[in-house]
Design a protein around this ligand. Structure first.
Ligand code: NAD
Ligand code: LMR
Length: 331
């Protein structure tokens, strides 16, 4: 098939890391932007010989896949080159958590990366630039990057909670003993951390309320929320490394659905005050994609006292994280 569309420029940071090793091949194959959309990958790594050498190896493998949609590769250790005219900037590059580490340990170190990248994206990326943040702590890093932008409005910056949504969907399907596709409308509220709230009261299984089908509120409020919230740590404990293929897959879903009008999915965005979140943090909520790259928060879901207390706890963590990086925000 001949592709006539103008290629999208997709910048990916941390391009020689483990998430990118799954992610780049999915983007180049068309999984993220569809089978008719060519892409140019603009890959950023740190100015370090080992990292850049590894990136060259990844680029060789991308070449060797002979992906028809891959129209160009840019490899750089300079953010101004990697983000130049980028339509999407996927901010994956950051230090991952190791065994026993808390996310707060990452806050300051990783936060600095996002001040620089937010500013440069704002200066050099395309007119329609969109940014998706994966590097942890993702919500707060997204807030930091957005705070440096003068041209791009905050709605252009989103953080990923889709891995948590996918995890929650899989856990509900397992518990109910049904196919994954039977589970619908399970959305993530708040931080990408153990405080996140997978709002089971809104979910359906085979078209019926998930709560009715599962018939065990204690499990939903306890083990279910805990398993989803601590899945990242469980994977680190088992693999010795943080999740990578599933994180890459979730980012494919995140961007794909943001480019698909009508899609309803969990995204961390600014301004979810309707659900009780602070106006200045990026919190996971259900959104509906309106036009490619744009979305509106779905505000119609009622919250019971349990849900409200979970949302208050995850909001508190987000505002605490914001206070911890106040210096980087210049507030
Ligand atoms: P990794 O260590 O394998 O790769 C990270 C890469 O980023 C490295 O190659 C490193 O050189 C590069 N890097 C570091 N600073 C950079 C910078 N300033 N510019 C460009 N590149 C830079 O880590 P990984 O497993 O790929 O994970 C990446 C991040 O994603 C971590 O912060 C991890 O915690 C996070 N993560 C988030 C989710 C989520 O759901 N939001 C899920 C899994 C992992
Ligand atoms: C995950 O959810 O798998 C990652 O964010 C890893 C982590 O640090 O929890």
């Amino acid at each position: 098939m001949t592709q006539t569309k103008t290629p999208l420029r997709v910048a990916v940071t941390g391009a020689a890391g483990q998430i990118s090793y799954s992610l780049l091949f999915r983007i180049a194959s068309g999984a993220m932007f569809g089978p008719e959309q060519p892409v140019i990958l603009q890959l950023l790594e740190i100015p370090n010989e080992k990292a850049m050498k590894a990136l060259e190896g990844v680029a060789m493998e991308l070449d060797d896949c002979a992906f028809p949609l891959l129209r160009g590769l840019v490899l750089s250790d300079d953010p101004r080159v990697a983000f130049k005219d980028a339509n999407w900037s996927l901010l994956v590059g950051a230090k991952p958590r190791g065994p026993g580490m808390e996310r707060a340990d990452l806050l300051k170190d990783n936060g600095k990366i996002f001040t620089v990248q937010g500013q440069i994206i704002d200066e050099v990326a395309a007119e329609d630039a969109r940014v998706a943040v994966v590097g942890n702590p993702a919500n707060t890093n997204c807030m930091i990057a957005a705070s440096k932008a003068r041209r791009l409005t905050p709605d252009r910056f989103t953080a990923m909670v889709r891995l948590d949504q996918n995890r929650a969907q899989a856990q509900l399907a397992k518990k109910a003993g049904v196919a994954l596709t039977e589970v619908q409308s399970i959305f993530i509220y708040g931080n990408h951390s153990p405080t996140m709230f997978p709002a089971f009261a809104q979910a359906t299984i085979g078209g019926k309320a998930a709560r009715e089908v599962i018939g065990d509120d204690a499990w939903l409020q306890g083990e279910f929320c805990e398993t989803v919230g601590k899945r990242g740590a469980a994977i680190i404990a088992a693999r010795g490394l943080s999740s990578a293929a599933s994180a890459a897959n979730a980012l494919v879903d995140h961007v794909h659905d943001l480019m698909t009008p009508g899609a309803i999915h969990s995204v961390a965005v600014k301004g979810a005050t309707h659900y009780g979140f602070d106006a200045n943090v990026w919190a996971g909520v259900p959104v509906r994609t309106t036009t490619p790259g744009s979305y509106e928060i779905i505000e119609g879901y009622a919250m019971d006292d349990f849900a409200k207390s979970k949302i208050a706890a995850t909001n508190k963590e987000l505002t605490d994280e914001r206070a911890m990086v106040a210096e980087l925000l210049g507030t």
